[in-house]
Design a protein around this ligand. Structure first.
Ligand SMILES: O=C1C[C@@](O)(C(=O)O)C[C@@H](O)[C@@H]1O
Length: 260
């Protein structure tokens, strides 16, 4: 039976018979575009959908956000929704919303019961991070605490520190996405993933972006990444691979590693 929230069960090495969950981003700018996008993506049966609300033109109108979240859920029944406002600082779209307004939006969305998880960046004010932690807990929503670096790949110790920090801040999931400047950087991400998945005590999601980083999107599960972002209709970051290709690669890796 398919688990209700694959991410809760995913995350071990494939050699132990587990697969990373597959999450497809939604990046439409309007409600109608998002509904169309969702219907197309849902046919590909990702484990999770991520609504990148920073792409949504009406992000400042909470009622429209809630109504659109509801329409997304209707267009993809049974697929849990991850709600993400990526800040411009960490690679998101420029939006005209102060952080307090973002928190109010998160509050309304969590209370609505429409989303299963939210993503919030660890680099936000500690007070904001703890407010998001408290409200997600009150609403029964899982919290992904994330870190993104579109410029470079910090050293392994820093990646590990970020994932440990997510656990210390009581996240349900820790996530890092970084830009590799060399193949060594790709290895750094995978090494940090293996260590973190063994020691931090919460599921970790990691990836390197861009062309080299595509390797981590296909093989990251082997090293303990709980989830991989893959393109259903449109990509939300450089290097994302179509869902079909990710599935084929995962099946091949499992077979080659001797798993059925
Ligand atoms: O954090 C991430 C990961 C990501 O940046 C990627 O590289 O796949 C894509 C984003 O939409 C998501 O919020």
């Amino acid at each position: 039976m398919k688990p209700p929230l694959a991410i809760e069960l995913a995350g071990g090495p494939l050699a132990k018979g587990r697969l990373p969950a597959i999450c497809a981003p939604l990046v439409g700018g309007t409600a109608d575009a998002l509904v169309e996008e969702t219907a197309a993506v849902a046919e590909k049966e990702p484990d999770l959908l991520e609504w990148r609300v920073d792409f949504f033109e009406a992000i400042a109108d909470t009622d429209q956000v809630l109504e659109t979240a509801w329409r997304i859920r209707q267009a993809a029944p049974g697929i849990p929704l991850l709600f993400t406002r990526r800040s411009r600082r960490e690679g998101g779209q420029p939006i005209d919303l102060a952080e307090d307004a973002v928190l109010e939006l998160y509050h309304a969305v969590c209370k609505s019961g429409l989303v299963a998880l939210v993503d919030y960046e660890m680099s936000n004010e500690p007070d904001h991070v703890s407010r998001v932690r408290n409200l997600t807990r009150r609403c029964g929503v899982k919290l992904v605490l994330s870190y993104h670096n579109f410029q470079e790949t910090p050293p392994e110790a820093q990646l590990l520190a970020r994932l440990r920090q997510a656990a210390q801040l009581d996240a349900d999931v820790g996530k890092v996405a970084v830009m590799p400047r060399s193949l060594e950087d790709v290895l750094t991400v995978m090494h940090a993933t293996l260590k973190a998945s063994r020691e931090v005590g919460i599921p970790v999601i990691t990836m390197a972006m861009g062309g080299w980083g595509a390797l981590t999107r296909l093989c990251g599960g082997v090293f303990g990444s709980a989830l991989t972002f893959a393109v259903g209709a449109s990509s939300s970051a450089p290097g994302q691979v179509p869902i079909e290709d990710v599935r084929a690669a995962l099946a091949l890796i499992r077979k080659a590693m001797g798993e059925s």
